[in-house]
Design a protein around this ligand. Structure first.
Ligand SMILES: Cc1cc2nc3c(=O)[nH]c(=O)nc-3n(C[C@H](O)[C@H](O)[C@H](O)COP(=O)(O)OP(=O)(O)OC[C@H]3O[C@@H](n4cnc5c(N)ncnc54)[C@H](O)[C@@H]3O)c2cc1C
Length: 417
């Protein structure tokens, strides 16, 4: 390698959100040196619903169980949540706990926390005696060269050229690494538009801080969410498939504000609520399609790999799972000194083995959710039928139940029982 490079590294991670930070943390755990860059300076905001599922907790446990203590004790930033409220287009709703026996739980199964705090919490755990970390540093260009990638970074207004044997794209929806090196591109039927607003003074939450998904007729297949946060705040937002937004020329901001002002099941709860930040938008690249997420000398993780759950919009847990699996791949690559696409395909296999069955089911549910009558029917039925409510509860942590939900027999039973 010639001296035209300012740095030469085995692994460059671009982006320190949940995907990039998790990867860095798993590498630090194994004492594997790497370079991690992020264009932002932490703490920084990220447009999101701010809801962390049990999947996030599972990855944190694998990383270091003591990390959870900070979360359990951090009530000024983390709201523990025990379930979800589904509201059907006709306004009827069901409360579904995340676990069957809530009283037996010592800690909440899920959390809501502003990404300003959560991403900073993860980022702060990185061991800088193992990782070299550049904040305020973005990737501008990268091109394949003999044995790796020639990467042009910009840091404090200056260009930095880095040679990396492996580049990991973890820079979210607008990933430069994905754009330059992979065939992934924005497809409106596998992409969702989202808006987020922070309010203070929303009332009427479940005493166990259930997150709320309101499947309003005008937003199907999509929903309005209301998630409780600490200090009397709430994260409120809407998400909808981009294909539908375009086709029906929907102004998401208008729909959200109108629902808050006029919808009979929502408006009273916002009677004294005030907006405390700008309403901000960002995209959700959905994992409703399998894609190649690695290639010669690169891996993609999290949103850069387009892996958000197409029904729930959950992406933080999946991003962290890919960070964990990418660390496994880095270890294998270093051991064999192989970074070619044939070798890296094992990473794709690992990721889809972990996530595909869930993503596929969610895609089915997303497609079904465009029918308001079906939603009304299921919610009506579940509000009367404990077994059905239990089945939905089990969906949150039991993959076999999810398999049952994929079977036509389940829907037949739902209709005729
Ligand atoms: C409106 C909305 C609501 C959502 N609600 C939820 C929810 O409630 N729960 C949930 O689990 N998921 C939710 N998601 C999805 C979730 O936000 C993402 O899946 C998650 O942030 C993906 O993490 P990531 O690390 O892949 O990317 P990001 O979190 O986007 O992190 C990418 C990082 O890369 C950095 N970066 C970007 N470009 C560059 C560059 N050129 N060079 C260097 N660094 C760069 C950024 O500064 C950032 O720190 C929501 C998304 C949206 C848009």
């Amino acid at each position: 390698m010639a001296s035209e490079y300012n740095m030469e590294v085995n692994v460059l991670i671009v982006g320190a959100g949940p995907a990039g930070s998790s990867l860095s943390l798993f590498l630090c755990k194994e004492k594997i040196p790497h370079l991690l860059i992020d264009k932002a300076i932490f703490p920084r905001d990220k447009v999101c619903g701010d809801a962390l599922s049990g999947k996030v907790i599972d990855v944190l446990k694998k990383l270091n169980p003591s990390l959870l203590n900070e979360i359990y004790k951090g009530e000024d930033r983390f709201t523990g949540s025990y379930g979800v409220k589904f509201a059907a287009p006709n306004g009827k709703f069901i409360d579904i706990p995340f676990k069957k026996d809530l009283e037996a739980l010592t800690n909440p199964p899920g959390f809501i926390v502003k990404r300003f705090h959560f991403d900073d919490f993860l980022f702060r755990q990185i061991d800088e005696s193992v990782a070299t970390v550049f904040q305020g540093c973005m990737i501008r260009e990268l091109k394949p060269v003999e044995g790796g990638m020639d990467c042009l970074l910009e840091r404090e207004g200056k260009e930095v050229r880095v040679f990396a044997k492996l580049v990991v794209g973890a820079e979210g929806d607008r990933s430069v690494v994905a754009k330059k090196l992979s065939s992934i591109h924005k497809e409106d039927e596998h992409y969702c538009a989202g808006l987020r607003a922070y309010y203070k003074g929303v009332t009427g939450f479940h005493e166990k801080n259930f997150i709320e998904l309101h499947f309003l007729k005008e937003l199907l297949p999509g929903y309005l969410w209301i998630f409780p946060l600490p200090n009397g705040e709430a994260n409120v937002g809407v998400g909808m498939l981009s294909k539908e937004v375009g086709k029906r020329k929907i102004n998401l901001k208008k729909v959200m504000l109108e629902a808050i002002e006029k919808n009979p099941t929502i408006r009273d709860r916002f009677a004294n609520a005030v907006l405390v930040d700008d309403i901000r938008g960002w995209g959700l690249p959905l994992g409703s399609k399998k894609r190649r997420i690695s290639g010669n000398h690169f891996l993609l993780t999290g949103d850069a790999a387009s892996l958000i759950d197409p029904f729930t919009g959950e992406g933080i847990g999946n991003a962290m799972v890919t960070g964990m699996l990418a660390a496994r791949q880095v270890k294998r690559s270093l051991a064999e000194n192989r970074y070619d696409e044939k070798f890296l395909i094992e990473y794709d296999e690992d990721v889809y083995k972990a996530l595909w069955s869930e993503l596929k089911l969610s895609h089915t549910l997303q497609r079904l959710s465009k029918y308001p009558w079906l939603f009304n029917y299921v919610v009506n039925k579940a509000s009367r039928n404990e077994e059905l409510r239990d089945t939905i509860t089990c969906m949150f942590d039991d993959l076999n139940i999810r398999d049952r939900l994929r079977s036509p027999r389940f829907y037949f039973k739902l209709l005729v029982d």
